[in-house]
Design a protein. Structure first.
Length: 404
């Protein structure tokens, strides 16, 4: 008995689905206009979310390239309590299972020049032999700063590709030449490759001069180094590294206001959360058009009920119950919304690729946006189709048959 009831329900569902397709096909223009709001709404959600995600991915990747495994440390040394580079190196070596590299960073003032040519915004820093590896740079010519240069306080330097290009024409020409930083003269030992030729500019990431930090301390006449840069062996150990550094410094300085420790991975996590919020907001704004489209579906279905009043009366007189009538109109609304949703997905994917290419952003249709937009379009069809279906089911069969 139960099997027969199930088969009967399946047959009614199939019949309702066929009637829905027949009704949609019989009123092509009206059906298309009904779907248009759904198509635009679904496409808008996909395009907006995908483009926002694509843009944010590029921003996060650029930020990640700066070093997601880096920890920046800044200490304010007092005359009574201070941390020196020797103590920091001992701490680093004692925790080599967490930390991969470490370098003091000493800022040096002074204009960079070669003869009459000078650069205005070049960053000059005193660093260790590990700094180039921390920054992930590759040598173009010459060599990097060595441990022996730091120990013997050699007046040598390495420069960025932008500096070499502006002052010497090329990296190859720069190696072995002299460069002045303020009143101090240095021999150029090596030149690093330009990271991104498109963004190689004054004040950019390729506009730098690095010297041994021991020489920088002497030039600046400040024995207390306040800045250090660590890298951890894996990003997952960044939080452990931060805790270790904070504890070590607190034991010496006794004041948390004198210590600033920042893991780049934490900033990335914060950015990811903000990007997710922005993406959701963009999808929500675009989703408003789907609600407007739902009102359009309801209006058209109400018109359809009015036009097919006589048909409803005939079906009721032949034994169709309220459930069957409601099912027919709800399925019709859901099918209309589903077809509109599928067209919207295809349209949205095409527009995403085209707009992304035009904007220079690598944007791929976001799977979550596609699934949510299609799900919402079907849900809207069911929700806004319910009222017209209920109205159709509630018609009196005699009054319906008398309708013209």
């Amino acid at each position: 008995m139960g099997k027969l009831i199930l088969m009967e329900r399946q047959m009614i569902m199939r019949q309702s689905f066929k009637l829905a397709l027949r009704s949609i096909w019989g009123n092509k223009m009206r059906s298309f206009l009904t779907m248009l709001g759904i198509i635009i709404g679904v496409a808008a959600v996909i395009v907006l979310v995908s483009l926002v995600n694509g843009y944010m991915d590029s921003v996060i990747k650029s930020f990640s390239d700066m070093g997601a495994n880096q920890i920046q440390v800044n200490v304010t040394n007092l005359s009574s309590r201070s941390v020196n580079s020797g103590q920091m190196y001992s701490f680093y070596e004692d925790n080599s299972n967490i930390f991969e590299r470490m370098s003091p960073v000493v800022s040096v003032s002074g204009k960079v020049r070669n003869g009459e040519q000078s650069l205005k915004y070049t960053t000059v820093s005193g660093i260790s032999e590990q700094y180039g590896d921390i920054k992930g740079l590759q040598l173009e010519s010459g060599r990097s700063i060595l441990y022996s240069d730091i120990e013997s306080r050699q007046r040598i330097c390495v420069i960025g590709g932008y500096v070499a290009k502006e002052l010497y024409g090329s990296g190859e020409n720069a190696v072995g030449k002299k460069i002045k930083i303020g009143d101090n003269t240095f021999d150029i030992a090596g030149v690093y490759q330009i990271k991104n030729k498109q963004y190689s500019e004054s004040g950019g990431e390729d506009d730098f001069v690095w010297i041994p930090y021991t020489v920088a301390v002497k030039i600046e006449k400040n024995a207390n180094i306040g800045d250090y840069l660590f890298t951890v062996r894996s990003v997952s150990k960044a939080n452990d590294g931060v805790i270790l550094i904070q504890k070590f410094l607190m034991d010496i300085l006794k004041n948390k206001d004198l210590i600033r420790v920042m893991a780049m991975s934490k900033i990335l996590d914060s950015m990811n959360k903000q990007m997710a919020m922005i993406s959701g907001l963009a999808g929500g704004i675009a989703g408003i058009s789907l609600l407007v489209a739902g009102v359009g579906v309801m209006n058209i279905m109400l018109v359809s009920v009015t036009e097919r009043t006589r048909e409803i009366g005939i079906r009721k007189s032949l034994g169709a119950n309220k459930g069957a009538i409601m099912q027919q109109f709800i399925i019709e609304a859901a099918v209309t919304s589903s077809i509109g949703g599928i067209i919207g997905i295809l349209f949205g994917c095409g527009v995403t690729a085209a707009v992304g290419k035009a904007a220079g952003v690598t944007a791929h249709p976001a799977l979550n946006a596609v699934v949510i937009a299609f799900g919402v379009s079907v849900a809207i069809g069911l929700f806004f189709g319910y009222m017209p279906a209920r109205r159709a089911a509630g018609l009196n069969p005699i009054d319906a048959l008398r309708s013209d």
